[in-house]
Design a binder for this molecule. Structure first.
Ligand code: PEP
Length: 241
């Protein structure tokens, strides 16, 4: 039985004061649902210190090596040692701005898993790819190459149409469900993951007022949320609280 999961991706946002205010509000609200947050790397310790037990803390990226001469990189071993439980890999901003390749992401996924970090593996098509009928080819390539040789139950897939991230434009529940159904079928037929057990999250302008409808679709197991996860009231609103 798959659970519903909400993961906040704080990107390069939030000051230390914002984080303190977030958890002050959460703690005053008796919020006990399981919640995952990925702050910027510098704030991981702060979250681990402040977050109540129902929160898991994770990173937005990690290296494909554990240690060595990789100036500026974040070691998956150090993330685990610090108390992180998961890492987001392959976010469209990492793919587009930092030019991360399928091959590099595959190495990162494997190294994170070896370090006992859960992996949220992001995939998604651009508007141009959608409009030219390439959704299945694009998502299929991202899944096939990025998850090659990966069979772990610690992998979560996040489908995030690039045109819906941070734009205020959300895929309709029907559009999202149709793509999630394709992703689950692809996982079953073309990868080593257990497709029925793998959580597939939707990401792209999820807000408290559209979360319930999206998350109630058969193949949508929750959300990866940017903007609406920054304020505690809005984050808890994603759970209908
Ligand atoms: C994201 O950062 O992964 C995301 C989906 O952002 P937003 O919710 O702001 O669209």
């Amino acid at each position: 039985m798959r659970k519903t999961l909400v993961v906040g991706n704080w990107k390069m946002n939030q000051s230390l004061g914002d984080i303190e205010a977030f958890f002050t509000t959460v703690k005053a609200s008796n919020f006990t649902d399981e919640a995952w947050i990925a702050p910027q790397a510098l704030h991981l310790s702060k979250l681990i210190e402040l977050a109540p037990k129902n929160f898991k803390t994770g990173a937005q990226n990690c290296s494909y090596e554990n240690s060595g001469a990789f100036t500026g990189e974040v070691s998956p071993t150090s993330l685990k040692e610090l108390g992180c439980e998961f890492v987001i890999l392959g976010h469209s901003e990492r793919r587009a701005i930092f030019k991360e390749t399928h091959e590099e992401l595959n190495l990162k996924v494997k190294k994170a898993l070896v370090n006992n970090l859960k992996v949220i593996f992001c995939i998604g098509e651009t508007l141009e790819e959608r409009e030219s009928g390439k959704i299945e080819a694009v998502l299929g390539e991202q899944l096939k190459k990025g998850l090659q040789g990966v069979s772990s139950s610690d992998v979560i897939v996040a489908y995030e149409p690039v045109w819906a991230i941070g734009t205020g434009v959300t895929a309709t529940p029907a559009q999202a469900q149709e793509t999630h159904e394709f992703v689950r079928k692809f996982l079953k037929e073309e990868t080593e993951l257990n497709a029925e057990e793998t959580l597939i999250l939707y990401g792209g302008s999820v807000k408290p007022d559209n979360a319930k409808e999206l998350f109630s679709c058969a193949d949508i197991d929750g959300g990866l949320v940017g903007g609406a996860s920054l304020k505690a009231e809005s984050f808890m609103g994603l759970y209908g609280k």
